[in-house]
Design a binder for this molecule. Structure first.
Ligand code: T6T
Length: 360
């Protein structure tokens, strides 16, 4: 049986979602919907489009894997994707990159905006310059972008809460290491976590602290919290750096095993933390699929000139435990550090990828 507890199929936000069950520790349950989205029509011959991808931050295995997906799809379709990103996950660093890309006049841009509000004006400037913009992963508090392609992050936070609750026997104090207010994805994960954990009467949610996307800061936060709350039962790290740093803090505090940890994302260090029993559950997004879908949708849009019928595209999330780690239905969602290790199409939700636009 597939070990994916939840796979959402590309479609509107209908969220006909999660098949629940005691799936966290073992074989998961699959929800695989139907109804692949076909994007746009076809207006003419496909050109060798030049598409710009601006990552949320460089050096992050999540965006590296997304880029691998984008490059694989670009190679398949005969277009070019040029990728760059800020050194830190900060709108003041991402804005000049976007501005420079606009000056370079690509056929389209897809990006992971660093802030829900601060990136609206720079994105509007790109649109005003006649460049179509798609958001991947994170989004903005606006609908000026043509489409959003991302994980259902509220639901991801709920999954984390259920996993952590099960790991701690539904009793005790839990705590969240988050990134920074104003990042749509991580804000939504905390929101889903807080909503779901409230359903457990014997769990006390101590709230969240922000690590600024810095694993060292996350480690300090975890260590300090473990000192202040020696009976802390569990921690949820809302992204790769929060989770990686949180795990380091747990290890350094000698609390490994005593404190249960759930981490969002599935980078190589996080997988090590899972196998070395510092972390109990990872929630792998499907960044390769996001990258592949983004390029496919953009090419379809450029070919047809028509906006996609579906503008809120949701990709899946897969629960990873020590028990399921080696299951190929799970391991295909682990993030890569190098595109040589990326298998095109492997991370796609079955039936969900829009068909390629045929060339003339
Ligand atoms: O969790 C991902 C991404 O979804 C989020 O928006 C920012 O952090 C990551 O890139 C992981 O570091």
């Amino acid at each position: 049986m597939a070990s994916t507890e939840r796979r959402m199929v590309v479609r509107r936000w209908t969220r006909r979602d999660v098949v629940k069950g005691g799936a966290l520790a073992g074989a998961g349950l699959a929800l695989v919907g139907s109804g692949a989205v076909r994007v746009g029509g076809r207006a003419g011959a496909q050109e060798n489009y030049r598409i710009a991808f601006i990552q949320g931050v460089i050096g992050d295995n999540f965006y590296i894997t997304m880029d691998c997906g984008a490059q694989a799809k670009a190679a398949e379709l005969g277009v070019t994707v040029e990728t760059q990103g800020p050194e830190r996950f900060e709108a003041p660093l991402q804005t000049p990159i976007l501005n420079a890309v606009v000056q370079d006049a690509p056929d389209a841009i897809f990006l992971a905006p660093n802030d829900t509000r601060a990136m609206i004006a720079p994105i509007q400037a790109a649109i005003d310059a006649g460049i179509p913009v798609f958001c991947v992963d994170t989004t903005i508090e606006s609908d000026i972008q043509i489409a959003d392609i991302s994980t259902d992050n509220v639901e991801g936070g709920r999954l984390a809460a259920r996993g952590l609750a099960e790991a701690i026997g539904e009793t005790g104090k839990v705590f969240v290491i988050n990134v920074r207010p104003g990042i749509s994805t991580t804000d939504q994960r905390e929101q889903g976590f807080a909503e779901e954990i409230a359903n457990y009467p014997n769990i006390e949610y101590l709230g969240q602290e922000y690590c600024e996307n810095d694993a060292n800061r996350a480690a300090e936060i975890a260590s300090a919290r473990l000192q202040a709350e020696p009976d802390l039962a569990g921690i949820f790290g809302t992204n790769l750096f929060a989770a990686q740093g949180g795990a380091a803090g747990v290890r350094q505090s000698g609390k490994q095993g005593a404190v249960k940890m759930v981490g969002f994302d599935a980078g190589p260090t996080q997988v090590q933390d899972l196998t070395s029993e510092v972390v109990d559950i990872l929630i792998a997004q499907h960044p390769g699929e996001i990258g592949e879908l983004a390029v496919q949708m953009i090419v379809d849009y450029l070919n047809s000139g028509e906006e996609p019928a579906e503008t809120q595209i949701t990709t899946g999330a897969t629960i990873v435990t020590r028990e399921t780690l080696d299951d190929p239905e799970v391991s295909r969602y682990l993030y890569v550090a190098d595109c040589a290790d990326y298998v095109p199409g492997a991370a796609a939700t079955p039936g969900a990828t829009p068909a390629a636009t045929p060339s003339a």
